[in-house]
Design a protein around this ligand. Structure first.
Ligand code: ADE
Length: 239
């Protein structure tokens, strides 16, 4: 899986994604991350990439041409036309299902804006998906791109050492994950639930499923509508 990020702050991307699990995934060749500096594609002798908006108003708007050239450079390099995800609070909200869908692509281009945004004409020309990571406004698209790349990467085969863990965790079946415990058996008077020490796998599975349901009901009841539940569970949560 190859991620290409069009940005004015490539070092931000490389520092963020080059660390920890995603950093190891790059080293192991499961993913590649290329941050393309839009400023390198400026046609202006001062490498200017933005200007005041026509019609007035606050902030600066990024020029269309450098963004388009950076995009063309990626397309020429890889010899295909991948999906282009524009990071914007005006987009479709990113969820686990979108991460799953995108993890099947071979290449993805992320377009990160800054300031007041990017000239609409280049967005019309190249963007296939407008994506938001949530209903709040950030200063730029770099953090959203990193959030998405992280969530997508962990679904790429080989990135997590344990294949199962990508599936079991929160949002699989649209339920939150059950609580986890490790040593010691007793910590400051708080004991690990007995069933987890029993070695009885069926009981452990049952307990974990119940905990997932309870957690989801308490913390994220909005998820239950689309949760993958048995008939019996559905009756229980609908009570
Ligand atoms: N750019 C600024 N805020 C954003 C958000 N919430 N999601 C995606 N891109 C953004």
């Amino acid at each position: 899986m190859n991620f290409h990020i069009l940005t004015l702050f490539p070092e931000m991307i490389m520092q963020g994604i080059g660390t920890s699990i995603t950093g190891r995934a790059i080293e192991a060749g499961h993913i590649s991350v290329e941050a393309v500096n839009i400023r390198d594609y400026s046609d202006n002798k001062h490498c200017k990439v933005d200007d005041y908006p026509y019609g007035g108003g606050a902030g600066m708007v990024m020029y269309a041409e450098p963004v388009f050239r950076a995009y063309e450079a990626v397309r020429e390099k890889i010899g295909k036309t991948p999906r282009v995800l524009y990071m914007t609070p005006q987009g479709r909200v990113f969820r686990q299902e979108m991460a799953e869908e995108l993890s099947k692509e071979e290449d993805l281009i992320f377009l990160c804006g800054h300031y007041e945004g990017i000239d609409e004409r280049v967005l019309e020309e190249i963007v296939t998906d407008h994506v938001s990571i949530g209903d709040y406004v950030l200063t730029g698209g770099e953090l959203p791109a990193m959030v998405m790349i992280d969530a997508i990467s962990r679904l790429v085969p080989g990135v997590l050492n344990n294949d199962a863990s990508a599936e079991i965790e929160s949002f699989h079946d649209n339920l939150l994950e059950y609580p986890q415990y490790s040593r010691p058996e007793e910590w400051r008077g708080k004991k690990v639930p007995e069933v987890l020490m029993s070695g009885h796998h069926a009981n452990i599975e049952k307990w974990r499923r119940e905990q997932s349901l309870i957690r989801t009901m308490l913390r994220r009841p909005d998820l239950l509508e689309n949760a993958n539940l048995t008939k019996q569970e559905r009756v229980l949560v609908d009570k």
